[in-house]
Design a protein around this ligand. Structure first.
Ligand SMILES: [Zn+2]
Length: 234
């Protein structure tokens, strides 16, 4: 059973760990350069210590959609959440930085409070902040998220109340599972039913039906990945 078959039964943190273990620490391609310490699989802090190399580069492009999902997920994590230093919060000085690889892997700032000095895992809330940074000598701005526990959230909002990032209710069912979503599309949406009728009318033969459906399938998979990631990364 793949991670993706199991993921509907997982909470986001277990899914994160499974994805990182399966696709980032272990796969894809030749793993001869990769010394993966399997004895540390059970401990989060050991995942953090493990020395890994990300193997999807120009020579090794992800092939399956599961791999593409894992790569997108992993890449996105680097600029999705920030780590903050709230030491001088009373003086309205909030320091921000991008997460480093070991933090992305361990979930620091995503499943563990994003205050660099805090390890709280419960009651995390996402706050939207404007992050000004310099990349390759160029000044840039980005809206990023900081995930903070209750007491660190208070510090962040001490001078300025930040915007909280919340899950939209209407979107919640939309991506319960990629498979279920597909199933429900075929029976609940009148728009889709009409589409199907059109296809049936135009193409009676099986071959032409495939030719029509295939591009749609590819596009919706990519969209599903994007939508699912959007939902997952709050
Ligand atoms: Zn905290």
């Amino acid at each position: 059973m793949s991670v993706f078959d199991r993921m509907r039964y997982m909470n986001p943190y277990d899914f994160h760990k499974a994805l990182i273990n399966e696709y980032v620490l272990k796969k894809p391609g030749d793993t001869k350069f990769l010394q993966r310490d399997t004895s540390s699989d059970k401990s989060d802090s050991d995942v953090l210590k493990s020395n890994h190399k990300f193997l999807w580069d120009d020579d090794n492009v992800p092939e399956t959609w599961e791999e593409r999902f894992a790569k997108k997920y992993y890449d996105k994590l680097f600029k999705e959440y920030c780590i903050t230093d709230l030491t001088l919060y009373k003086e309205n000085k909030i320091a921000l930085r991008w997460r480093v690889e070991k933090e992305v892997v361990s979930g620091k700032g995503q499943f563990i409070c994003g205050n660099k000095k805090c390890d709280e895992k419960e009651g995390l809330r996402s706050w939207e902040v404007n992050f000004s940074y310099v990349e390759k000598g160029e000044k840039k701005n980005a809206l990023v998220k900081i995930r903070l526990c209750e007491s660190c959230s208070k510090k962040l909002n001490y001078h300025t109340k930040r915007k909280e990032v919340k899950r939209l209710k209407s979107k919640k069912f939309k991506n319960t599972s990629m498979k279920e979503k597909k199933k429900s599309q075929s029976c609940s949406s009148t728009e889709i039913v009409e589409d199907n009728n059109e296809i049936n009318e135009v193409d009676k033969g099986e071959t032409s039906l495939w030719a029509n459906l295939k591009p749609v399938e590819i596009k919706s998979r990519e969209e599903e990945i994007d939508e699912y990631l959007e939902e997952l990364l709050l």
